[in-house]
Design a protein around this ligand. Structure first.
Ligand code: NAG
Ligand code: NAG
Ligand code: NAG
Ligand code: NAG
Ligand code: NAG
Ligand code: NAG
Ligand code: NAG
Length: 441
C-alpha cells in the first residue's frame, strides 16, 4: 500500500520541505482503515500500462488511473449475428431464452441452439400469426393467440417461461402498428413448450399506443404480475391478478414511470464515431449523446422518449423497483399499494399508490434492465459506465458490481442458480445506442 502511494507521498514531501512548522504536522494520512488503492475498484495505482514518458526516472512511477475494470470475471456465452435481442431469461437447467423485436424475422421468441444461433421457441407455429396488420383497420395490428412482438422473456422461480407480447409488431422497417385487445398479452409456458395460461388486457388497461416492456412475476399468495408500460405518452405500471386474470393500471405519468426531461447521457466517455459508407464519411461527434431518428434526417433531440423500462421485485416481494430508461433515479413503491385494484369500491387505491412512491435517489447511471438476487440486491444496468451497479436495500447505498469496456448497454438481466451449480447474472449487451434510430440511420 505505501509503495503504491509513492507518487502522492513525493508531492506532499516537497511541500513539507519548505517548513518545519507544526501547521504541516498532519495526522496520519491516509487514516487507519482506509481501503488500499487496489480496493478502489475501477481505479488502480500501478505502473502505467504503456509508456507515456521517455524519462527513465518515471518508468517506475506508480500513478492512479482508471483501468476500466472491476468486479467478477465476465464470460461470453452467446453472439447474435442476425437479430437485435431485447430480452434474456435463463432456466435452472441452463436453457437460455431470448426475444427480438419483429423486423423481418420469422420468430420473436427463441431459444439458443448453439453459441451463435437461435431457434424459434416453442416452435415456428407459435411465432407465426395469421397477419401482422389488419387490412380493414389501417395502422392497427390484430388480435391473435400467436406471438406478435415479444419484448421480454422471464423465467420464474418454478422454471416456467413468461413471454410478454406488446402486440405491436414492426415489420419491414416500418412504424409499430397500434395494438388491439387480444394482441398484447402475457403467455406462460412450461419448460417443455406447452403453454398453460394467456392473460390479455382490456383496452382501458393496455392502450393502442401502450408499450409493454418488462415483467416480473410474484407467485406468492394469489400471484401478481407487474409490467412496465414504457409508452412515451402514457407511461404506467400494469398489474395482473394471476388468480383471476383481472388487470389494472397504476402510476400513470408518475415520476416513477416518466422520463427525466433534462436527461442527457454520455457513452464510452463521449465516443467519436466514424462510419465509412461507400464514398461517404459520416461522422457523429456528439458529446454528450443525442437521439437522431432516421425518420427526420439530422433532427437532433434529447434522449427522453423512454419511460419506465427496467423493473425488479425485491426478494421479499414487498417493493417494486423501477427506473425510467432516461433518468438516473431509482424509485420504488410498496407492492401492497399496487395490488389494490382501483374501483368504485376502492376509489382511493390509485391516489394512495402515487403518494407512496419513494425516490430512492440517483444511482450514478441510467438503466434499461433491473434484476434481483436471492440475497436482496437490486442490480441496475449502468450504460454510461459500461457497468452494472447494485443497490443494497439494507444500507440504502448503490455499490459497484462489475465494470468492463465490453459492457455496451446491458439491456436485460437474468439471475439464475443453475442445477449444475453456481449463481449467475446473465445479461444482454445489445449496443442500443448504436442502433440506426440513434445514429441517423
Ligand atoms: C438453430 O436453429 C436455426 C433456426 O431454426 C437453424 O437454422 C439452425 O440450423 C439451428 N442450428 C443448430 C446448431 O441446431
Ligand atoms: C380487423 O379490424 C376490424 C375492424 O375494426 C375488426 O372487426 C376485426 O375483428 C379485426 N380483425 C382482427 C383479426 O383483429
Ligand atoms: C413485408 O415485405 C414482404 C416482402 O416484400 C411482403 O410480402 C410483406 O407483405 C410485407 N409486410 C408488411 C406488413 O408490409
Ligand atoms: C426487411 O424489410 C425492409 C423494408 O421493406 C427491406 O428493406 C429489407 O430488405 C428487408 N430485409 C430482409 C432480410 O428481407
Ligand atoms: C409439459 O410439462 C407440464 C408440466 O410439467 C406437463 O403437465 C405436461 O404434460 C408436459 N407436456 C408434454 C407434452 O410433455
Ligand atoms: C385477486 O384474486 C384473488 C382470487 O380471486 C382475490 O381473492 C383477490 O381479492 C384479488 N385481488 C385483487 C386486488 O383484486
Ligand atoms: C448490504 O449491506 C449489509 C451491511 O453492510 C450487508 O450485511 C449485506 O450483506 C449487504 N447485502 C445485502 C443484499 O443486503
Amino acid at each position: 500500500m505505501f509503495s503504491a502511494l509513492s507518487t502522492l507521498t513525493l508531492w506532499v514531501s516537497i511541500v513539507l520541505a519548505q517548513t518545519s512548522s507544526s501547521v504541516f504536522d498532519f495526522p496520519e494520512y491516509p487514516p487507519p482503515g482506509t481501503p488500499g488503492p487496489y480496493a478502489t475498484l475501477a481505479n488502480a495505482a500501478a505502473p502505467l500500462p504503456y509508456g507515456i514518458s521517455d524519462d527513465p526516472a518515471l518508468s517506475e512511477a506508480v500513478i492512479h488511473y482508471d483501468t476500466g475494470f472491476f468486479g467478477p470475471q465476465i464470460e461470453l456465452v452467446h453472439a447474435y449475428y442476425n437479430y437485435w435481442p431485447t430480452g434474456v431469461g435463463v432456466a435452472s437447467d441452463g436453457t437460455i431464452f431470448t426475444c427480438f423485436p419483429r423486423g423481418n424475422e420469422t420468430f420473436t421468441l427463441a431459444v439458443f441452439n448453439s453459441s451463435t444461433s437461435e431457434a424459434a421457441w416453442p416452435n415456428e407455429e407459435w411465432n407465426t400469426p395469421p397477419a401482422f396488420y389488419n387490412e380493414s383497420n389501417p395502422g392497427y395490428s390484430i388480435a391473435t393467440d400467436k406471438l406478435l412482438f415479444i419484448q421480454s422473456v422471464v423465467v420464474d422461480g418454478a422454471d416456467r417461461v413468461w413471454a410478454l407480447d406488446t402486440g405491436r409488431p414492426r415489420v419491414n422497417g416500418t412504424y409499430l402498428f397500434a395494438a388491439v385487445p387480444g394482441g398484447p398479452k402475457l403467455v406462460g409456458f412450461y419448460l417443455n413448450g406447452t403453454s398453460f395460461v394467456t392473460y390479455t388486457f382490456p383496452d382501458y388497461v393496455v392502450y393502442a399506443d401502450s408499450s409493454l416492456n418488462d415483467v416480473r412475476i410474484d407467485l406468492r399468495g394469489e400471484g401478481y404480475a407487474y409490467i412496465t408500460d414504457s409508452s412515451p405518452y402514457r407511461p404506467a405500471i400494469v398489474v395482473i391478478n394471476l388468480s383471476t386474470g383481472e388487470s389494472w393500471r397504476h402510476l400513470d405519468g408518475s415520476l416513477m414511470t416518466s422520463p427525466d426531461p433534462a436527461f442527457v447521457p454520455v457513452y464510452d466517455g463521449g465516443t467519436l464515431l466514424k462510419y465509412r459508407v461507400a464514398h461517404l464519411m459520416l461522422t457523429n461527434e456528439e458529446v454528450p449523446f443525442y437521439y437522431r431518428p432516421i425518420a427526420q434526417p439530422n433532427v437532433i433531440q434529447r434522449l427522453t422518449a423512454f419511460a419506465a423500462d427496467g423493473i425488479a421485485l425485491s426478494a421479499d416481494g414487498e417493493y417494486l423497483y423501477v427506473t425510467p430508461l432516461t433518468s438516473r433515479r431509482l424509485y420504488r413503491v410498496p407492492t401492497s399499494y399496487l395490488k389494490q385494484q382501483p374501483s368504485s369500491t376502492n376509489p382511493n387505491a390509485y391516489m394512495l399508490a402515487r403518494e407512496n412512491v419513494q425516490n430512492v435517489g440517483e444511482f450514478g447511471g441510467h438503466a434499461d434492465g433491473l434484476e434481483t438476487d436471492s440475497t436482496g440486491y437490486i442490480y441496475l444496468g449502468s450504460q454510461e459506465h459500461n457497468a452494472i451497479h447494485r443497490y443494497n436495500i439494507t444500507t440504502g447505498l448503490v455499490e459497484p458490481f462489475i465494470r468492463t469496456p465490453v459492457i455496451q448497454w446491458a439491456d436485460t438481466m437474468s439471475v439464475v442458480s443453475l442445477q449444475s451449480g453456481g449463481g449467475y447474472l446473465y445479461f444482454t449487451v445489445n449496443q442500443l445506442w448504436l442502433a440506426p434510430d440513434y445514429q441517423n440511420g
